[in-house]
Design a binder for this molecule. Structure first.
Ligand SMILES: *[C@@H]1O[C@H](CO)[C@@H](O)[C@H](O)[C@H]1NC(C)=O
Ligand SMILES: *[C@@H]1O[C@H](CO)[C@@H](O)[C@H](O)[C@H]1NC(C)=O
Ligand SMILES: *[C@@H]1O[C@H](CO)[C@@H](O)[C@H](O)[C@H]1NC(C)=O
Length: 395
């Protein structure tokens, strides 16, 4: 369990949190920090997000068809472009920052971008891949640049645009979030690459990721919040596909795939360290969501959850998951459409929503774990992630 529950790079993190809190006390001076010694809240006026289905709030749905019911049933009470019964981690982050849920950039109906935009789409990869969302990270960056320029042109025209588009300063003061990479790993698996071959591709994946971060920085982004990738080997769609061939850990997760995810995360952490040196004005927070997700899946009962290895919404098989009958799958019986991949009775105690994505309840739990900085490097609270540790605070 030790080996998997936390990346080696994170051992002793909680001690580091304490040490950093003490350091902040020493380094903090007005006006960067409040009198109490805690870093001042950043007052983020907006969020711009890049990613895959872990943070898609309607992008893929707008372009390729809605995520079908029962997606959305718990919170929105209708499909909401999310692969979830309710809110995603990013929704809880937005709420905590007292910002509205993010509209998907691609969604032309009912969207409001006054406090940011979401460029994430389900199936997105860092490196463009066939068979995945065509809206890879590079395309998301093009969309962002376009949005930046055009939103300011239209905002200057006045009228309703002033209530639909962000103020100019909301770009430099925004929190820029990234949660992407899971599909770069699964793309390799889908192409029957060996684990070694996938690992060998990761430096190029990281180079493209770093390019994206530098583009955001060049456009004026300063506060960057980066999620690492989750425990792929504990996700049902991977277990369903590989359980006969791959060795399991003591919890039943696929060891090889978790090691691959951890390898990716170690390279991501190195890339982030280099970016901190290259981008002197950026405050970059690396968030270890891998450990948070692994902890919930492998200790579900202790945290009040049940059946972490059964999809809440699905149909059949060992994990209530069948890749060709995913959540919301319908059949026609006597001329009538009937949903056969339905939701479970109580999603609020379940971890996996559809075998790939998490339930709202799990997402809320993840949010509660990461919000105070316990899983972050540097260990800053979400609402103080604009401070470059040890730099701004010494001014
Ligand atoms: C967009 O959302 C903001 C913040 O919630 C709100 O103040 C504004 O009125 C909304 N715009 C429109 C056109 O409803
Ligand atoms: C991967 O291997 C499987 C099983 O051997 C095969 O059915 C599939 O076509 C292969 N996929 C590719 C992209 O080569
Ligand atoms: C999954 O669904 C397909 C039909 O879409 C079916 O042929 C197959 O047997 C199912 N697999 C399991 C494990 O139930």
């Amino acid at each position: 369990m030790e080996a998997n529950s936390r990346e080696p790079v994170f051992s002793g993190l909680r001690m580091a949190v304490v040490a950093a809190a003490a350091l902040t006390l020493l380094l903090c001076q007005f006006p960067a920090c409040s009198a109490a010694g805690a870093a001042a809240a950043c007052d983020f006026p907006s969020i711009f997000n890049f990613g895959d289905s872990n943070s898609d709030t309607g992008g893929l749905s707008a372009a390729f068809g809605q995520a079908p019911p029962p997606n959305g049933e718990t919170y929105f009470h209708r499909p909401s472009g999310r692969y979830c019964d309710g809110r995603l981690l990013i929704d809880f982050i937005a709420e905590d920052l007292r910002l509205p849920h993010l509209s998907a950039y691609l969604d032309s109906v009912g969207s409001n971008f006054s406090h940011g935009a979401n460029f994430a789409t389900a199936g997105s990869t860092i490196r463009p891949q066939s068979g995945y969302s065509p809206i890879a990270l590079n395309v998301q960056l093009v969309e962002f640049s376009d949005f930046l320029a055009r939103s300011q042109y239209f905002r200057s025209q006045g009228g309703v645009f002033t209530r639909l588009l962000p103020r100019e300063e909301y770009f430099s003061r925004a929190l820029y979030m990234f949660d992407i990479g899971q599909n770069d790993l699964t793309a390799g698996l889908k192409q029957n690459m060996t684990i070694g071959q996938i690992k060998a591709s990761i430096p190029d994946v990281m180079a493209q990721f770093s390019d994206a971060i530098k583009k955001v920085y060049a456009e004026g982004g300063r506060s960057l919040w980066i999620h690492n990738t989750g425990p792929l080997g504990c996700l049902i769609y991977m277990m369903d596909r590989f359980h006969l061939e791959a060795p399991e850990d003591e919890h039943g997760c696929l060891r090889t795939l978790n090691e691959l995810a951890q390898y990716f995360n170690a390279r991501l952490k190195e890339a982030v360290d280099s970016l901190r040196t290259e981008l002197p004005l950026a405050a970059i927070t690396y968030v270890d969501v891998y450990s948070v997700k692994y902890n919930l899946i492998t200790q579900a009962r202790q945290h009040g959850f049940q059946q972490p290895f059964k999809a809440c919404c699905g149909h059949g098989g060992k994990y209530n998951f069948n890749n060709s009958r995913r959540c919301g799958f319908k059949v026609t019986v006597e001329g009538k459409e009937v949903v056969i991949a339905r939701s479970c009775k109580d999603p609020s105690v379940r971890v996996s929503w559809d075998g790939i994505h998490f339930t709202e309840a799990a997402n809320r739990w993840f949010f509660e774990q990461i919000a105070d900085g316990s899983y972050s490097d540097p260990p800053v609270r979400l609402n103080t992630a604009c401070h470059r540790m040890g730099h701004q605070s010494m001014v």
